[in-house]
Design a protein around this ligand. Structure first.
Ligand code: PMV
Length: 316
């Protein structure tokens, strides 16, 4: 009986979120510590085309047809069926298990889409190249937050650090020295859709002012890219702080994020910023390896509900 298991990582945005929706570059990194795994088991004795879904994160255990047609999980299945001109997907049970906190800026939705789409294709013996998986995951991301840039699905589908500009082919980043980071969760659920809509409203009200913010963030991202290549973490940290100040100006930070960013810097981080859509969710701090434990503790003491350390390894 065929059975498939496919995992996709989480992700963090190092710099450039929100501005990336308006054509500026962003840098994103896959996170291997957290992931989504999709298991698919054939059910040869089940009625034709009956697809059961068990997804703990949304408390779902039923036929996939019980999901709304616009639900991203159901939409992913329909996309795969349409791609291969399949009327009835083979009867099966899909189990989705994720260790990525929801609504926290760490890529839970894109990770789910990538792992599910890849698993569905492999289950029917039709694995697709990464760029096609990425394209389908992008279609599903649109259901999650309306007007996504595509950075989340791209970094997760390729599972490599990317320099990303909307509508252009992604570039893979050259990283010359390890980058040590602490990621901390405010525990406040962030809504990317709400944050993106808020920025859009402000941009429509005063395009010149907001485009100026976007282009300043774009410049920071380009500088960070150069410093990644030259292995200059001190300069990257300063630029992350500047990026956070601009995200505050974009009104997508919140008290809890600012508290954690300040706590990380007060404990000796090289720099810190919110990561992802904001209005809650996670922040990231760039640290020196010997201060990672101290900054981790400072973040927990300052009210983080969880935190973890991660290292971006140099490119080979
Ligand atoms: O909240 P997240 O992790 O989905 O981050 C989204 C990044 C944004 O730039 C805010 C939106 C986008 O589509 O790029």
């Amino acid at each position: 009986m065929p059975s498939i298991s496919v995992s996709a990582p989480g992700k963090m945005i190092l710099c450039g979120e929100h501005a990336v929706v308006y054509g500026q570059p962003a840098i994103a990194i896959p996170l291997q510590q957290i992931n989504t795994t999709t298991y698919i088991l054939a059910r040869p004795t089940a009625p034709k085309g009956e697809v059961r879904l068990v997804a703990d994160a949304i408390g779902f255990d039923d036929s996939i047809l019980e999901l709304d047609e616009t639900d991203p999980i159901r939409a992913a299945l329909e996309l795969v069926k349409a791609h291969f001109s399949i009327d009835h997907f083979p009867a099966c049970e899909i189990r989705i298990h994720s260790t990525i906190p929801l609504a926290s800026g760490l890529g839970s939705s894109a990770s789910l889409s990538v792992s599910l789409i890849r698993a569905l294709c492999e289950f029917i013996g039709q694995p697709l190249p990464v760029h096609e998986i990425n394209q389908m995951a992008f279609e599903v991301e649109k259901l999650h937050h309306g007007n996504p840039s595509g950075v989340d699905n791209t970094v997760i589908a390729y599972n490599q650090p990317v320099y990303f500009i909307r509508g252009k082919a992604q570039e893979f980043l050259q990283v010359s020295a390890p980058l040590h980071l602490v990621v901390a969760n405010t525990g406040v659920p962030g809504s990317t859709a709400e944050a993106v809509a808020k920025v859009r409203q402000n941009w429509q009200d005063d395009p010149q002012k907001w485009e100026n913010y976007f282009s300043q963030i774009g410049k920071i991202t380009n500088q960070i890219r150069q410093h990644l290549e030259k292995a200059n973490p001190e300069a990257i940290g300063k630029l992350m702080n500047e990026n956070h100040r601009l995200l505050q100006a974009l009104q997508v930070s919140c008290t809890e994020l600012d508290t954690l960013v300040n706590a990380a810097n007060a404990a000796g981080a090289l720099g810190a910023k919110l990561s992802g859509g904001g209005l809650g969710g996670n922040m990231i701090a760039l640290v020196e390896p010997d201060s990672a434990d101290r900054i981790f503790k400072a973040l927990m003491d300052a009210g983080a509900v969880s935190a973890f350390k991660t290292t971006l390894s140099p490119s080979r």
